[in-house]
Design a protein around this ligand. Structure first.
Ligand code: 5GP
Length: 226
């Protein structure tokens, strides 16, 4: 067991931002640099597994009844609905990481991250928000995934604009520019290593406004959208 205190990281990103790839790359850098694992908290969800997803690896896949029972038993730090399904952060990964003195990372959406900020039972954490460079890149990624049906895809794109508007909640913002995943992963790694300087708020504000404009323009063109 290490005597070092464990740190907690919360990473959010609209669906189809390449978050999984960046986290995998950053975790590998972390392992090489520090010679230990960065624990991933495995959430519970009521959504069905996508092709290739395994129980206990990407998620614990449970029925709505099981989820509600766990919630009633106070087994979660937070739960949130997303795209018509439930997601929840169980207490045990964070508690176990703390016991072992390991750092732990949670990948959760924005509503859940806000709940954790307000939850006094939950430890202090550093947060990062990963953004797609624009709406069309997000759609391309979601289409590439092939597992979302058209309604689900539409819902995820609509939710993205709403999520992005909450960027100020996060300590860091990373834009996953096309063809520059290694750079974005290195930035995430520097955040995990505690060496990334805090971003300039006006630079971030400008970049986020550009990204949001790609979502808003589309709404103007199609009044029935959303
Ligand atoms: P997906 O269905 O694409 O795996 O995940 C949908 C969204 O739910 C993503 O933004 C993901 O980060 C988020 N998510 C995953 N686990 C949790 C959780 O335990 N709590 C909350 N609030 N969101 C989660």
């Amino acid at each position: 067991m290490s005597a070092q205190p464990s740190r907690v990281f919360v990473v959010s990103a609209p669906s189809g931002t390449g978050k999984g790839t960046l986290i995998n790359l950053a975790r590998e850098m972390y392992r090489q640099k520090f010679g230990k694992d960065l624990v991933l908290s495995v959430s519970y969800t009521t959504r069905p597994p996508r092709e290739g997803e395994q129980e206990g690896v990407e998620y614990h896949f449970v029925s709505l009844e099981e989820f509600k029972q766990m919630e009633a038993n106070k087994e979660f730090y937070e739960t949130a609905p997303f795209s018509d399904r439930w997601y929840g952060t169980p207490k045990r990964y964070v508690l176990e990481a703390k016991r072992l003195g390991l750092d732990v990372l949670l990948e959760i959406e924005v509503k859940g991250a806000r709940k954790l900020k307000l939850n006094e039972e939950f430890p202090e954490f550093t947060s990062a928000f990963i953004l797609p460079p624009d709406r069309s890149q997000q759609i391309l990624r979601l289409l590439g995934r092939k597992q979302n049906n058209p309604q689900d895809l539409r819902r995820r794109v609509d939710e993205a604009a709403e999520e992005i508007r909450n960027y100020r909640m996060y300590d860091y913002v990373i834009v996953n520019e096309p063809g520059r995943a290694a750079e974005a992963a290195a930035q995430l790694f520097r955040i995990l290593a505690g060496v990334e300087p805090r971003p300039n708020p006006s630079t971030i504000k400008r970049r986020v406004a550009e990204i949001l404009a790609t979502y808003n323009r589309r709404k103007d063109k199609n009044p029935n959208h959303g």
